[in-house]
Design a protein around this ligand. Structure first.
Ligand code: SF4
Length: 374
């Protein structure tokens, strides 16, 4: 896996784009899809135009994003399963997060779960047809003991189940990233969350540059990258565009796009004002800027997309099944029904461009039984 040169600073914004409405793409939305499918790239103005598009254009925007999604993922949907392995004990001050030191949200607080609990959660993930089991801890970064525990449990999970493992452990240095890679971790999640410009508005205890350094360390260790962001944190459209282009620059393989669930007790409580159409435009922009990336409709799907959830699968090819870190998801049976009703199917094939050539054939799974969270 090649390393990346990280941007020295936030991607530059043209003075023009800051003041003028975005230009619609020449050839319309279908023409934009044609260009992306021919290997062309969406520019910043076009990305802004997707976010600014009117409701009357929404189906055309989704159709363009779907054509690009279909080229790389067909009608498959990849499922991810989140396990909050250490909850509510983080010293950081991320304003959107119920697990931060500045949050008074009523959430479970516990230290790193026992290995048997993680193994049981991995069993549930496999039974739910998840492709990836995500081990998440609330922390600025992992302690040595936590790294030891993750490195110990990952081989056991992979010996029992056909699961990819993604670790989300906070800031990592090169040595920690190398240890995770050596233990068999496939991928690390570390979200950019928003643009470099907007970052100080959502967190003061670490920086956007700190997050980039973690992604760089993981890339250099040979780990695949999962990194995305959150819509609805008071950002400007330009901030979403910055983030999308930064993720493209980094070559991120898997991009979760969250929609802020502004939990009572967090600094951003009461600030989520997204419409379901905003969420769809955000997903479509992310797809068109990052054509080959796995794009996941992440936290806030049920709250913000509401009755339009199925349309999110036109730009996105992945969802979480089950609960989020501190908020409930819809019952898995509702996810399976949505996928089936859309004519899509669950796949556990490879996700990175390099490995897609050897993709396992997509499997049509029977609709699994609902299984309660562990
Ligand atoms: S570092 Fe992670 S767990 Fe900690 S407050 Fe920020 S988002 Fe929450």
């Amino acid at each position: 896996m090649s390393t990346v040169d990280l941007p020295a600073a936030s991607p530059s914004r043209s003075p023009r784009s800051a003041v003028e409405p975005p230009r619609k793409p020449a050839g319309g939305w279908a023409g934009l899809a044609d260009r992306v499918l021919s290997g062309g790239m969406v520019d910043r103005d076009e990305a802004r135009a997707v976010l600014a598009s009117g409701d009357e254009e929404l189906l055309d925007v989704l159709a363009a994003a779907y054509r690009v999604r279909h080229r790389h993922f067909g009608n498959t949907v990849q499922l991810f399963f989140l396990m909050n392995a250490k909850s509510g004990l983080c010293p950081e001050d991320c304003g959107y997060c119920s697990q931060s030191k500045v949050s008074s949200a009523d959430i479970p607080r516990y230290n790193l779960l026992a290995p048997e609990t993680l193994l049981d959660a991995a069993r549930v993930a496999a039974e739910r047809q998840s492709k990836t089991f995500c081990i998440v801890i609330s922390a600025r970064g992992p302690t040595e003991r936590e790294i030891d525990a993750v490195c110990d449990i990952v081989p056991k999970i992979k010996a029992r189940h056909d699961l990819n493992v993604c670790a989300c452990l906070g800031l990592l240095d090169a040595r920690q990233a190398q240890r995770l890679a050596a233990a068999g971790v496939d991928k690390v999640n570390h979200n950019l969350n928003t643009s470099a410009r907007h970052y100080p508005s959502i967190c003061t205890t670490h920086t956007h540059a700190d997050r980039l350094a973690t992604l760089q360390a993981c890339r250099e260790a040979g780990l695949a990258l999962c990194s995305g962001g959150i819509m609805g944190m008071g950002e400007e459209p330009e901030d979403l565009v910055d983030m999308a282009f930064e993720l493209r620059h980094l070559g991120v393989e898997s991009i979760p796009l969250n929609f802020l669930t502004a939990i009572d007790g967090t600094p951003l409580a009461g600030s989520d004002r997204l419409s379901p159409r905003d969420c769809l435009r955000g997903l479509a922009m992310m797809r068109l800027v990052n054509p080959e990336a796995e794009i996941r409709i992440a936290g806030g799907r049920e709250v913000h997309l509401r009755s339009l959830q199925p349309l999110g699968l036109y730009p996105a090819n992945s969802i979480f099944v089950g609960d989020y870190l501190t908020t409930p998801g819809q019952p898995p049976a509702a996810d399976y029904a949505m996928i089936t009703d859309m004519g899509f199917r669950i796949s556990r094939g490879a996700e990175t461009p390099a490995s897609r050539g050897a993709e396992r054939p997509a499997t049509d799974f029977p609709v699994p039984r609902p299984i309660p969270n562990p």
